[in-house]
Design a protein around this ligand. Structure first.
Ligand SMILES: [Zn+2]
Length: 484
């Protein structure tokens, strides 16, 4: 059977084809000319801007300041922290020529900015009175990507990177957890995801970090997606870059530093958390259009309903609701309904001549009306701003609850290898594990699952490794899953 041009591959048939259909047909992205590059189109960029605005507010409210550091970094900077250079070497873009000549020292395009910011911190910090230094940068980074996927893995991506320096390990640890809290709050409250905050196991740590924390979200195919990370560097970067301060007692001490980032990957995460077989489903907090109004009618009636749609849109905008009127004359209402459904708009309103005469509009929710089973509901035009504000809040809450229920339904506490294998085939396994690399490798080879995090909220527990039977590590159960 030929599939409608506008429809998307069902998730159950091929989740990754579904994802590609959605990101291109909803006009979120296009392919760039260079392998692994991504053009973010206006509809996709607006989602990012809305996430960004919320996160930026949280960052500033807690005393951090935005700054901007150069894209090009001397190669020697990258080499100062041994683990850092080793971790990033395979992904680096290096510039060897400029101005028509070979450069004396190659330059790398930042894959992350610890090194250049570390260099500046060393210059700017001298006394304990200069601490803490709380910086954030919004920008782009480049990391060579072998298997690119839009939003999830692209060679260039947008993000913020927080970089802070503190007098004590305790202060830097508190900062690491504060930033993790930003990400968890943005993910849950704004993106309506059901992310789990936790600590990475040693092997999954950021290159050069002493401890790495993450939020992990569950996608609708049961895989995990790392949606934000926060790193406690100890004094590793301070030692490599000479970030020191004079203490109150007059001694020279190394600072303790942190870094933390959230990227455009988050857009991919919310797509795969909420989308369904009809396409995107957008949480109202990040929807470029929260409400789309489709005026219906021919000839003179069309003029009347279009004018009414514009008046309604103006009233909704005054109430702070992002509203769009679809006045494309060449397209049928049916086409428009399908189009906005595929593009994930939370609420659609239709206004036809009969609705207008009755002083109403017909409202459809992107996920239908689960209680009544009705497809549409008439709402009075004069009450529309208040009704829709309430409806959008309810829709946001419904998505968050649905994501939390989905995660709970697809997470299993497992105590045997067969249970483990079954759990990670369709979701997450909470398991005890020995923490040894060879054992992790075996688990990965057999199931493709890897340790995602040790949940912060997990209860203390000891026992035998799910795979090899040796005593368990970490003192808690670990989330294992197949991951993006
Ligand atoms: Zn083991």
């Amino acid at each position: 059977m030929a599939r409608d041009e506008r429809s998307v591959t069902p998730q159950s048939e091929d989740f990754s084809a579904w994802y590609n259909d959605v990101v291109f047909r909803a006009e979120l992205v296009d392919r760039g000319p260079v392998r692994g590059s991504m053009v973010i189109r206006p509809y996709g960029y607006r989602i990012w801007e809305l996430l960004q605005a919320d996160l930026d507010r949280r960052i500033k409210e807690t005393g951090h300041q935005n700054a901007y550091f150069p894209l090009l970094i001397p190669q020697s900077y990258m080499e100062r922290e041994a683990e850092h250079v080793e971790g990033f070497a395979p992904e680096l873009f290096t510039v060897t020529r400029a101005g028509g000549k070979e450069l004396d020292e190659p330059l790398v395009i930042r894959p992350t900015s610890e090194t250049i910011i570390g260099e500046m911190m060393a210059k700017w910090i001298s006394s304990h009175r200069d601490l803490p230094l709380l910086l954030n940068q919004w920008g782009n980074v480049l990391r060579w990507e072998m298997r690119p996927r839009m939003f999830l893995r692209t060679s260039e991506f947008l993000w913020q990177e927080g970089h802070t320096a503190h007098a004590t390990a305790a202060d830097a640890t508190a900062e690491t957890m504060l930033a993790l809290g930003f990400y968890q709050d943005v993910a849950v409250q704004v993106a309506a995801m059901a992310t789990v905050p936790g600590e990475k196991t040693p092997r999954e740590r950021f290159a050069g970090a002493e401890r790495t924390f993450t939020i992990e979200g569950m996608m609708r195919d049961g895989r995990a997606l790392q949606a934000g990370t926060s790193h406690f560097m100890g004094t590793n970067f301070a030692a490599a870059f000479g970030i020191t301060y004079t203490s109150e007692g007059g001694t020279a001490e190394f600072c303790h530093t942190t870094s933390w980032g959230m990227s455009t990957r988050m857009v991919g995460g919310l797509i795969m958390t909420h989308g369904d077989d009809k396409g995107l489903v957008l949480p109202p907090a990040v929807a470029p259009y929260q409400v789309v109004i489709v005026p219906i009618g021919r000839d003179e009636q069309a003029e009347t309903t279009l004018a009414a749609a514009k008046d309604l849109a103006a009233a909704l905008r005054r109430a702070g609701i992002r509203t769009h009127v679809d006045d494309r004359p060449q397209l049928s209402p049916g086409f428009k309904f399908n189009d906005w459904e595929m593009r994930g708009v939370p609420i659609r309103l239709e206004i036809g001549p009969r609705d207008l005469a009755a002083g109403t509009a017909l409202m459809s929710r992107r996920l239908g009306y689960p209680q009544s089973g009705a497809a549409k509901e008439a709402i009075p035009l004069d009450l529309a701003p208040d009704l829709l504000a309430a409806e959008l809040a309810a829709f946001q809450a419904q998505l968050a609850q649905r994501a939390a229920d989905f995660r709970a339904d697809h997470t299993a506490v497992v105590n045997s290898w067969p249970e483990f294998a079954a759990a990670v085939a369709s979701g997450w396994a909470l398991a005890l594990q020995c923490g040894e690399q060879a054992c992790e490798d075996e688990i990965k080879a057999e199931t493709t699952a890897t340790p995602r995090c040790i949940p912060l909220e997990g209860e203390a527990e000891q026992g035998r490794c799910i795979r090899c039977g040796k005593p368990s590590a970490y003192g808690k159960r670990v989330i294992f899953a197949r991951a993006y």
